[in-house]
Design a protein around this ligand. Structure first.
Ligand code: FES
Length: 102
């Protein structure tokens, strides 16, 4: 089980727990504003864009090639950007903090 915290663009903090699935699925399930998952998790919409808290980036890891291509289309991409649908939840992510991207 991993405890994961979302911070929305409105500065609402939502802390939840999950054992499996993706960050996008968790965010949608928890009703996190700004995590929409419009494409269903096939890396083609970027409505699951999050900024990983810098201290967790090494654990989460960098985006893959297709994900990077998708992120390049987004104006708000940073070195901490990930698409939530491409991040699988594992126990290693316990304590993870994510900021919902604009
Ligand atoms: S849900 Fe569409 S890119 Fe992640």
């Amino acid at each position: 089980m991993a405890k994961i915290t979302f911070i929305t663009r409105e500065n609402e903090t939502i802390t939840t727990e999950a054992a499996a699935g993706t960050i996008m699925e968790l965010g949608v399930r928890q009703g996190v504003r700004g995590i929409d998952g419009d494409c269903g998790g096939v890396c083609s919409c970027a409505t699951c864009h999050v900024h990983v808290a810098p201290e967790y980036m090494a654990i989460v890891g960098p985006p893959g090639d297709i994900e990077s291509d998708m992120l390049e289309l987004n104006d708000n991409v940073t070195e901490y950007s990930r698409l939530g649908c491409q991040v699988q939840i594992t126990e290693d992510l316990d304590g993870l903090v994510l900021h919902v991207a604009r």
